[in-house]
Design a protein around this ligand. Sequence first.
Ligand code: IMP
Length: 211
Amino acid sequence: MHRRITGKLVIATHNPGKLAEMRELLTPYGIEAMSAGELGLDEPEETGDTFQANARIKAIAAANAAKLPAFADDSGLAVDALNGAPGIFSARWAGSNKDFNAAMAQIERLLQERGATTPGRRGAHFVSALCVAWPDGHIEEVEAHVDGTLVWPPRGTAGFGYDPMFMPNGFDRSFGEMTSIEKHGLPPLGLGLSHRARAFVKLAEVCLEPR
Ligand code: IMP
């Protein structure tokens, strides 16, 4: 049986960008979102070997600590020609100074080494895994992805992370060249294009009820 989220929800992130995005998405459902940062909760170590496992670790840790339902996400970029790398290590490839230009250049170097120079050999997808955990142990989880092609040099300055080198299938602009409404926005304003938007729609179907 699926369980609906009502009342308060802890957003298990210390990233202000993710918190703002989730607050915006949850507002129509009358949910009061509080962040793990605001509640002074510790960030657990992400020891899972899948996106879903890491989302679950973060949601369960926050639900147990706050004694409230908690939401967490984990995401990243999986490159076909690199057997899914950087995958769950997407953030770590940018190093402690979060240098995504260097991380994108590293991917490009590896693609060139493998002769992946034509669009057909440069496929990749972003993945978003979402999990809501309750203090009594119940969990709800969903995963979604968006397929695309990696372009070089990077295009555009919008977004974050690997956006400038990712061109979603069916579009001739990279995520770095799209507005956030185009990339993440849900219909009717946006296209529900990104992995996170798609995963959120799936989660809303099972866990949320519009006011
Ligand atoms: P985490 O989900 O906070 O562990 O971080 C995942 C990492 O994947 C981010 O730091 C980005 O590098 C990358 N990533 C996830 N989603 C996106 C996206 O929508 N655009 C660009 N990079 C992303």
